[in-house]
Write a protein that binds this ligand. Structure first.
Ligand code: MN
Length: 132
């Protein structure tokens, strides 16, 4: 069975790659390109998992994460950060903020879908996900 996945990413090429990989894996994907829309879409769409860029206009990924975690209906949704930051300590900062995982851009198309699926319940991991 497929998962409902929300992608929040303002960079078109990066977003298109995420959408492509997740749809190829059989997931149902919606996307937005700013943080405020991400929070609204999370309320409207009830995704099983959110992939969230850290640097976005309007509200950044940290703001999105705070808004989700502050909403009892949305607080349990896994949120995976993707970020172009590659400075030492970035991963620690992202995880300390409460993201469930961190992916540095560019993501690795060979491993991303399976790495993401590890944050889904087993029955929602899609067609191509590796089984543990
Ligand atoms: Mn961005």
């Amino acid at each position: 069975m497929a998962a409902r996945i929300l992608i929040a990413e303002d960079h078109p090429a990066s977003r298109e790659l995420l959408v492509y990989l997740l749809e190829m894996a059989g997931h149902e994907v919606r996307w937005v390109d700013d943080g405020i829309a991400a929070v609204q879409a999370a309320r409207d769409y009830s995704p099983d998992l959110i992939v969230c860029d850290v640097q976005m206009p309007g509200m950044d990924g940290y703001g999105v994460l705070r808004a989700l975690r502050d909403d009892v209906r949305l607080a349990a949704i896994p949120v995976l950060a993707v970020t172009a930051y590659s400075m030492p300590g970035d991963r620690e900062r992202v995880i300390a903020a409460g993201f469930n995982a961190y992916f540095a851009k560019p993501i690795d198309p060979e491993t991303f879908v399976a790495d993401l699926a590890a944050h889904l319940p087993p029955h929602l991991r899609g067609m191509n996900a590796a089984t543990p």
